[in-house]
Every structure is written in C-alpha cells, then in structure tokens.
Design a protein around this ligand. Structure first.
Ligand code: ATP
Length: 306
C-alpha cells in the first residue's frame, strides 16, 4: 500500500507545481509573444541607453515573405517626446510595437534606439529599457504585490506602494480581503479592465524605462474610469519617449506627432490641428468621433478607431 501511496502523493504535488508553472508560462507567452524566435548575435552588445530615441528608417516587414505588413515606414520619436499611431484594424500598428521589442527582425531598413541598430543589441538590454502598457494586461496567479513588483523584482514594499499610489490603485488594493497579499489572476480575485491597466502602469512606473509603448484600450472601460486612467497614464509617460497606439483621438491631441497608418504605410502625419486642416483620413476620423459623441455614445466600444 505504501508503494502505491507514495508515488500518487508525489504525483499530486508535482502535478500542482507543474500546473502552476504552466499557467505562469502561458502568461509569459502572452506577455512576450513568440519571444524565443530571435537569437542574439554572438557579437551583440548591450544597449547604451541615452534618452530612448526611437528611429524607424525605411522599415519593410512581413510575417511571411508573400505579404508585406509594413512598407517603407520611416519616423522617429525624439527622446522624451510622444508619437501616436492611429489607423484602421490591420493597418500594422501593433506590428510596429512588436518590432521595437524585436519579436521579429525587419526585412528591410532598420530600427535604431539611441542610434544603435536593435539587431546588433542584446535583446535583454533592449527590453530592460522598454516598458509596455498593453491593452489587456496579463496577471500572474500570484499576489497583487508580486504582480506589481514584477516591474522590478526585488523592489521594497515602499517602492511597490508608491508605484501603486501613482497608478491610482493603492487605495483599491487596501480594500481587497488580504490587501497586498490578495491573490489575483484567473484563480484569484478577478480585476476589472481598468484595474488591470493600473497594475500595468504601476509595474511600468517601477521599471522606470526610457521608452514606454502604450497600447490604448479600445474600450471595456467606462468614461469615468477612462478619465481617471488618463492621469495615471500621463504620469507613466511624462519625461519618457512614448509611442502610443491610440483608439481614442481625444487622448492624442497633444502628441508631438500623429502617424496615420493605412495598409502598412504612413498615409498622413503631423500634429492634430495640422491634420484637421488638411481634411484627409484623420480629419474624417475626428469628424466620426464628434458624430458619435453627438449621438450620445461617446463611450461606445463599437467605434474602435475613435
Ligand atoms: P488592430 O487595430 O486590429 O490591432 P493593427 O493595425 O495593430 O490592427 P497589426 O496587428 O499590426 O494591425 O496587423 C497587421 C497585419 O499583419 C494584419 O493583416 C494582420 O492580419 C497581420 N498579422 C498580425 N499578426 C500576425 C502574425 N503573428 N502572423 C501573421 N500575420 C499577422
């Protein structure tokens, strides 16, 4: 009987451990999609980070050779400035973000960070300098403390609390049953879309990267939550090089440059006011947004590009 019992007990223990790691691994794959595909060059150097300037120089890219998703895309985000990307679904916006993270290598042209071609860099050093606030933040099945601390493992409690305060989620966490020790994620307390985004903001504040890539939520957040989150987002982006994929034009009227993507190319570019006067795609999108507001459905998520 003992012989039979022991392995079963063992199996139970390991099964739980494996299952747990498996869930965390799935989370990691979501966070770092297709991470393993690119291998560092043997001569790869660490990024010498300065202000986090990003430059796309004639970038051409396709997930497969038959279909180019980006065609001759050039733009730059000077250190500390904000560039916004807008455009219809499938235009290539998220692809630009994935390429900066170097989940894939470009087929033509180059991406430079602080003047260094990212192909020549150690990926770890590149990613250390980039913070991402995704549309839908993946939470680990762990405490809320761990989920924030993940931005900079080894942070002190005070640092984690401060980040949470600046992301405007500290008070909310204190209302959880076990405060910062409350388990969250699929098998713990479920957080709302807005709360998850605040966790991502807190993580990024802890990480304090030179570059922030922000994939604005298409919706799921009500207008009030949205307004409060703008303040937290502003604090994570201030004094950092910021590239934002925007779905609400109202959030990017102050961007230093707006790129309007269409079918893998930059169809229009400029500041908000200038784009409005040219009467092109952007002006049309803006008009559409005003009409939606007039119709009283400004927080409606059916209008993805607004
Ligand atoms: P959305 O606003 O819907 O997120 P987007 O502008 O971000 O759209 P991308 O996600 O960059 O668009 O996609 C650009 C094109 O690349 C689309 O045609 C899409 O189908 C294709 N694509 C995206 N990801 C992959 C992938 N992993 N493998 C193959 N094709 C892909």
């Amino acid at each position: 009987l003992m012989d039979l019992y022991m392995p079963l007990n063992w199996f139970g223990t390991y099964y739980r451990a494996i299952q747990k790691n498996f869930v965390d691994m799935e989370n990691m794959f979501d966070l770092l999609k297709e991470e393993e595909e690119i291998v560092d060059d043997p001569q790869a150097k660490p990024l010498l980070a300065a202000g986090g300037e990003i430059e796309f120089s004639k970038v051409t890219f396709g997930y497969s050779p038959e279909k180019l998703v980006l065609k001759d895309v050039s733009f730059s985000v000077p250190s500390g400035k904000t560039v916004a990307i807008v455009g219809p679904s499938g235009a290539g916006k998220s692809t630009i973000v994935r390429l900066i993270f170097r989940f894939y290598d470009v087929n033509g042209g180059a991406i430079l960070v602080d003047g260094q071609d990212i192909k020549s860099l150690k990926q770890e050093s590149l990613r250390k300098n980039i913070g991402v606030v995704p549309q839908d933040t993946v939470l680990f099945n762990n405490t809320i403390f761990y989920n924030i601390e993940y931005g900079k493992i080894g942070s002190s409690s005070e640092e984690v609390f401060d980040a949470a305060r600046n992301a405007d989620i500290h008070d909310r966490i204190l209302s959880f049953p076990d405060r910062y020790d409350t388990k969250v994620g699929e098998r713990g307390l479920r957080l709302s879309g807005g709360e998850k985004q605040r966790v991502a903001i807190a993580r990024t504040l802890l990480k304090a990267p030179a570059i922030v890539l922000l994939d604005e939520a298409t919706s799921a957040l009500d207008t009030n939550t949205e307004r409060n989150i703008q303040a937290a987002l502003a604090s994570v982006c201030s004094n950092r090089t910021t590239l934002i994929i925007a779905h609400r034009l109202s959030t990017i009227i102050h961007a230093d440059e707006i790129l309007v993507m269409k079918d893998g190319s930059i169809a229009e570019r400029g500041r908000h006011e200038a784009l409005l006067t040219t009467g092109g795609i952007y002006a049309g999108m803006w008009q559409q947004q005003l009409e939606n507001l007039d119709a009283g459905n400004g927080s409606d998520d059916s209008q993805k590009t607004v």
